[in-house]
Write a protein that binds this ligand. Structure first.
Ligand SMILES: [Zn+2]
Length: 289
């Protein structure tokens, strides 16, 4: 997760002069503008990592699907593979391979980048009202809107699927049908889940009633590690209602949902949701009884 990387890199390098190079060569010109200067601070905006230098220049990195960092204490190893960017101080080294973007930006270019990114749930300065404006004016599916980086920055595939399950909303529901209350609750839920993910270093989205311990089931075995309701659980039984989880492509990404817990028209929230459901959800639940 990018916010974890930003914090890690701040700890390793901030406040110190660093050498920046490009063993592979593709970032040679950018590295030459940054090297020898002090890394002042780091931050994450959505999936974008920014290393701000005291000269006013910023190193901008987007990992994309294949970008990876490695780091360690000296001695600095000989570069192996395609090391796009290497940063070293007297205490640490950091290598970057395979990023989608690695470039030196001036302050104006950083502002342009910020202006095209939506609200980042992990940032306290995020503006969910602006995101709601975009959402509520759109006929696009709410899943696609959550995945749109210009609306919600950094939500990611797992959280987009999971937060919609937890809200009891069909992922294909048009954005304009999401109420302000529904959005505020989903935003708060997304923030809480993502902050917990950063703190724990893994993605867990199940309520306490649906943990392996509570349900006396085997823990999930998956690359991302955490306990989830729908993500990559196609064909398996929903933890809330037992219906088989469905999967389908939407907006070029894999979508997972429970057809019972997430009907096209919201009926009720999954059991175990926190108290204080929206008036709409309560009203809808009452109608079905
Ligand atoms: Zn279900």
């Amino acid at each position: 997760m990018i916010h974890r990387l930003a914090a890690h890199h701040r700890e390793l390098f901030a406040g110190r002069p660093v050498e920046v190079s490009s063993p592979q060569g593709r970032f040679g010109a950018g590295a030459a503008r940054l090297t020898g200067h002090t890394l002042a601070d780091t931050e994450a905006v959505g999936k974008h990592l920014l290393h701000h230098f005291d000269t006013g220049l910023t190193l901008h990195i987007h990992l994309g699907l294949y970008g990876r960092f490695t780091d360690g204490a000296p001695p600095v190893p000989a570069p192996t593979g395609q090391v796009r960017m290497r940063m070293t101080s007297d205490r640490h080294w950091l290598d970057l391979r395979g990023p989608a973007a690695c470039e030196a930006l001036d302050a104006g270019e950083v502002e342009v980048l910020r202006s095209r990114l939506g609200a980042d749930p992990l940032r306290d300065d995020a503006d969910p009202a602006r995101a709601f404006e975009r959402l509520s004016g759109s006929t696009r599916p709410v899943f696609a809107l959550l995945m749109d980086q210009s609306i919600v920055a950094g939500c990611g595939l797992i959280y987009a699927n999971e937060v919609l399950f937890r809200a009891g909303l069909a992922p294909t529901l048009a954005g304009r049908l999401v109420t302000r209350t529904g959005w505020d609750e989903m935003w708060a839920d997304l923030r809480a889940l993502m902050k917990e993910g950063v703190a724990q270093g893994r993605i867990d989205t199940v309520h306490t009633a649906h943990t392996p311990e509570a349900m006396r089931r085997a823990p999930r075995v998956d690359r991302h590690g955490g306990e989830v309701y729908v993500y990559r659980r196609a064909g398996q039984a929903c933890y809330v209602c037992g219906t088989a989880i469905e999967r389908g492509p939407l907006a070029g990404r894999n979508l997972y949902w429970c057809p019972t817990c997430q009907p096209i028209r919201p009926v009720r929230r999954p059991a175990g949701s926190r108290a204080g459901s929206s008036p709409r959800a309560r009203g809808a639940a009452a109608r079905t009884r």
